[in-house]
Structures are given as C-alpha cells and as structure tokens.
Design a binder for this molecule. Sequence first.
Ligand SMILES: CC(C)=CCC/C(C)=C/CC/C(C)=C/CC/C(C)=C/[C@@H]1[C@@H](COP(=O)(O)OP(=O)(O)O)[C@]1(C)CC/C=C(\C)CC/C=C(\C)CCC=C(C)C
Length: 435
Amino acid sequence: MSVTLLWVASFPGLEVSRSTGLFDSIQHVKFLDSSKVMSQDYGSIRAKDRERRWRFYSLSTDMKYTCVGRSGIERASNFPMVANVLANPAAGEVAVSSEQKVYDVVLKQASLVKRKFGSKGEIDARPDIALPGNLSLLSEAYDRCGEICAEYAKTFYLGTLLMTPERQRAIWAIYVWCRRTDELVDGPNASQITPSALDRWESRLEELFQGRPFDMLDAALSDTVARFPVDIQPFKDMIEGMRTDLKKSRYKNFDELYLYCYYVAGTVGIMSVPIMGISPYSQATTESVYNAALALGIANQLTNILRDVGEDASRGRVYLPQDELAQAGLSDDDIFAGKVTDKWRNFMKSQIKRARMFFDEAEKGVTELNEASRWPVWASLLLYRQILDEIEANDYNNFTRRAYVSKAKKFLSLPVAFARSVVPPSKILSPVMKT
Ligand SMILES: CC(C)=CCC/C(C)=C/CC/C(C)=C/CC/C(C)=C/[C@@H]1[C@@H](COP(=O)(O)OP(=O)(O)O)[C@]1(C)CC/C=C(\C)CC/C=C(\C)CCC=C(C)C
C-alpha cells in the first residue's frame, strides 16, 4: 500500500471518498484552517543563483524596455517582458516586482529538489510501500486521472504515454487537480463559487499534502506529492489565481498581468518539472530549467488571453494591461466596440511579440528535460505557439474570430516536436542527475 493510503487508513474520521468525477462539488469538504505561511527557507540558495535567471529590466520612463538575459545571452528589445523593481514614489518605497515574487517560488522548488536528491545520484520516484487492497484503490484513482486527461487533452495524454509509468501517472494526477481547480471558476458551477469555497479547496490541498486526501482523485495527487519533490506553493498559488479571477477584471500594467499568468499557468510548469525530470546530461542549472517551465506557462496564458479577447470582453473582462492600451491610444471601449483598427493591429503586434519572447525563453529549457518528457512538451509548445500565427492570419481580429490551429497543422507539428525532442542537451559531459 502506498504511504498515502496507509496514512489515510490510520487517520480516524477521515475517509477517502470514492467520488471520481472531475466536477464533483467541494462543498462537503470539512472546513479546516489553512496556514498561509510560506517558508522562506531556501536552503543553500545563494545570491549568485539569483543572477543566473533571465531577467528583464524595465525602463518605464519612456516605455522602452531592455531585455537582458544574464545567463550569457544578452538581448535588447524595445518591449517589456517583466519589470524587476517597481518604484512606488507615493509610498516612498521600492516595491518588489511580480517577477521577483515568482522567482522566490522557483528558488524554493529548485531547492527542494536539490535537498531531496542532491546534484548527483539516481533519481526516481519513491518506491511503493503498499498493502494489496489500497494499492488497487490507488491504481484505480490514477487510472481515472488518466481517463480524464485523455478526455480533456488527448494529444497531451498521448505524449505522456512515452514517459515512465510513474511519471505519466503523476502528471495525470497533477493535470486533474489543475483542471478541477480551473473548473471551480470556469466550469458549470462557477457562479456559485465564493472565496470561502476556494479557502476550503486550499484546506483540502493542505490535507492531501499531509497524506490525508478527500477523494480518490485527491488520493492520486497525494501519492504523487509523497513520491516526487513537489512543493505546495505553486498549487496554492494556482488557487490564488482563481481568487484573483473572482475579484479582479482589469490589470493596471504588465507586472500585474505577469503575476496573474504565473498564478494560473506558470505554476503548472513549476509543478510539472519535478515529475518530468531534467536530463542527466543537462549542464543547465536547475533554476534555469524551472524558469523555462515558468516561461512556457506564462507564454501559454498570454496566448490564451490574446486569442480570447472578444470572449473575455463579453464577460466584462479585459486582461490586457491598461497602461499599454492607453499608450497605444486605446481603451476598454475600443475592446467592447470590437473594431480592428490600425491602432489595434499595432497594439496586438507588440503583445504577440512579447508572448513569443516567453516562448523563446521556454524553448531553451525543453531540451534540458529528460528525453521521454520532451516530446509532449515540444508538442504543446508548438501547438500553442501557432495560435499566435493564427491571430496574425486573422488580421488581428480576436474580437469575433477565435484563432485555432487546424487539425492538419496540429498533425504536422507532431513529427516536428518529435524531431526536436531527440536533440540532446547542448553539451554532453558526464551525467549529473538533477530532476
Ligand atoms: C507536458 C505538459 C504540457 C504538461 C503539463 C500538464 C499539466 C499539469 C497541465 C495542466 C493544465 C491545466 C488544466 C491548467 C489549469 C489552468 C489553465 C486552464 C491554464 C491554461 C491552459 C490552457 O488550458 P485551456 O484548456 O483553457 O486551453 P484551451 O482553451 O483548450 O486552449 C493554460 C493556458 C496554461 C497551461 C500551462 C501549461 C501547460 C504549462 C506548460 C509547461 C510545462 C509543462 C513545463 C515544461 C518545461 C520546460 C522546461 C519548458
């Protein structure tokens, strides 16, 4: 029996509900106080590690931004990705930017991986410590996660089949938890979701991280987080993203939008890497791979936002940075009017450019992943990236036309993704395990 279910069995008053439905209500969850404390102990992370990440400085005075990659790749651009430090003259202080807040989570996750595995040694999931009855229950739970994943994300599911059985099951469990979390605010019961329902969902998350899952789908994730070095923070942050969606429908600037994109999508990247693993031949730092994963999540979410401008506007939502809209001579009214003008085209060009920069950043990291994990990541990256091309092909009409990648193009991307996935990390030296 897995450790998880052993714990559940020995925890009086708490039973794993056999419910396996994706949309099951969370209203029966017993309310438990949630600890909002996030440990600031980053182990052996040193100042120099911070310098290795890609950084993007903002010269906000004239909206000309310089993009500087600190890992030896110097680039310049006239468009912002992320502002690092935000001056808040009214308060007489310098506020920490979203990028820095998010980078702390990256460091914490990377440090957890290093603490558990060190920089060398065989990396794999913790072995089963299982009693026969509960093993089959757990295996049923994982199978259900796989079915849900196959139903909602077929191509991705097929990609996971290349991974080792432990890894694929773990990714399915994470996928299902993410999908359920997203469904809380985006699904059929979204109108009934309150902040306290999200608090209960978070308490339930904390319980499952402690080995006390509420239902079968939670049990799969509970087992996964016991086996792999996955930090709870990105999961909590995804719930925070759902809270943001409940209370906020405008984003003042890119810094605010960046944080939102991290919450709802960058978190997925950070959760997935400890499962997918880093190639034993990779010479990249653990942090840089996590940064690439974060960048892919941000790129995907930005693309999602650019694709869905019209649909979001019909729900009263404008995710585009208000200051950049104003800079382009546009306002919410132009979005609600939904007219494609030259101003809009120019604005969209710059937004697409920024999303592509995040994809570029992500691409550098995919090659560093374990070989079996690269194909599904390349496939999802190429497919999502093409949505940007389709927005262009639609002459930037994302008000009434939904950019989508045709089945034929999707199909063609798969061998391209495969070809890229067999390219090994750039410098092959001696194998160093990093997961
Ligand atoms: C291999 C792979 C893609 C793994 C990720 C698996 C996983 C756990 C996915 C969960 C996705 C999910 C259900 C997220 C909930 C929030 C959400 C809905 C985010 C949006 C996704 C698009 O979903 P949606 O169904 O709404 O889209 P369509 O309308 O159907 O187009 C997001 C836009 C973001 C999803 C973010 C990712 C998939 C992050 C991917 C990053 C990695 C897997 C890290 C790769 C590692 C390196 C080093 C680059």
